[in-house]
Write a protein that binds this ligand. Sequence first.
Ligand SMILES: C[S@@+](CC[C@H](N)C(=O)[O-])C[C@H]1O[C@@H](n2cnc3c(N)ncnc32)[C@H](O)[C@@H]1O
Length: 223
Amino acid sequence: MSVMAASTESETQAFVRAQTRPARHPLVPEITLRLASRITPIWTASEESLATSGVEPPYWAFCWPGGAATARFLLDHPERVTGRRVMDIAAGSGVAAIAAAKAGAAWVSAHEIDAYARAAVAVNARANNVAIDIPAGDPLDAVPPADAVILAGDVCYQRDMAARMIDWLRRAHAAGAEVWLADPGRAYLPEIGIEECARYTVPTSLELEDREMRETVLYRLTG
Ligand SMILES: C[S@@+](CC[C@H](N)C(=O)[O-])C[C@H]1O[C@@H](n2cnc3c(N)ncnc32)[C@H](O)[C@@H]1O
């Protein structure tokens, strides 16, 4: 099945299921996710679409160090989100959003520009028996919220995307939101206006990251 052939919501979710297997990231074994067991087949399966429509690579089929670290932190410190409104920006598989819901957040939304990622979040939320709102569209086009906890895991890997994301997150912080940024040492992590809150050694794969562990830091935006 090619990505281009999958267009309705149910077809998109079927594509996600066909390309993945149920798995658990070692840092967050409490959460089950549909993940690709190897990188190559799914990247090839998406190549046609990537070439013709310029959509994102299938980040949603992997649990990235930033999302895993955020999820671990929330499961260990549920009081950070209990009863609160939580937005997971650039949610990928939705691992951090699912952790927030499990931790007792009052309302959780997962935001993704990639329709396949939104499908993956829906499939993964269902598998973990949690309710997550998954709006379409680019969250960075909206006015940043003033009253939410915002999670952003592993968003500093591309220069333009990171600049736009950090600008939006800073505006959210200025408006009153609490912003958490989890990063495994990507190139475009801002050097100022962040404060380290927790640190994890996150297992990853050689195929994805050219190493087996990534030191990943959970920061709180301070300005
Ligand atoms: C490296 S993945 C991280 C996914 C997840 N947070 C994790 O750590 O596992 C980055 C994700 O950002 C998404 N993304 C890029 N630009 C975005 C935007 N403007 N709004 C929402 N998501 C975006 C991509 O589609 C991709 O799924």
